[in-house]
Design a protein. Structure first.
Length: 156
């Protein structure tokens, strides 16, 4: 599972002119589900997203997680499904998406991540799986981090 995590002051997603999800301070997470991902990958990603300390504490150091800043009503995590994160670009100029999980299974895995984050007490908003979405954000920092649930692809 691949996630692009952005610390945001605000973020929203619009489908067919209708806002389907928005957060104030928190995380915008683009979620790509790889065809070999398992429940263990989803569990790893949930824990990492909930506990990643990238918000400033009172001393200005990145020591707080989204779980710690999320009690404010508008704060939370906006999760946006994005199969293009699994693109293979090694050959030619047109990306291949054969490494992405098939849609029905990928949507179930995406929903599991949403549910796991919500179970941790963090407000979750989402885009719509398979829809053409317009995502807006104010990246705070900017802070953008790539998370990969596969140990061999992770940096130390």
């Amino acid at each position: 599972m691949l996630c692009v995590v952005q610390r945001v002051s605000s973020a929203s997603v619009v489908v067919d002119g209708v806002c389907t999800g928005e957060v104030g301070r928190g995380l915008l997470v683009l979620v790509g589900v790889h065809q070999t991902d398992t429940d263990a990958d989803a569990a790893w990603m949930i824990q990492r997203l909930v506990n990643l300390r990238i918000f400033a504490d009172e001393a200005g150091k990145m020591n707080l997680s989204v779980q710690q800043i999320a009690p404010a009503a508008e704060n939370g995590v906006l999760l946006v499904p994005n199969f293009t994160l699994c693109a293979q670009t090694g050959k030619g100029n047109r990306p291949s998406f054969t490494e992405a999980m098939e849609p029905a299974r990928a949507e179930a895995m995406f929903r599991a991540v949403c549910g796991g984050i919500a179970s941790a007490g963090v407000r979750v908003a989402t885009g719509i799986f398979g829809a053409d979405m317009k995502v807006s954000l104010v990246n705070d920092g900017p802070v953008t981090i790539l998370l990969d649930s596969v140990p061999a692809r992770r940096s130390a």
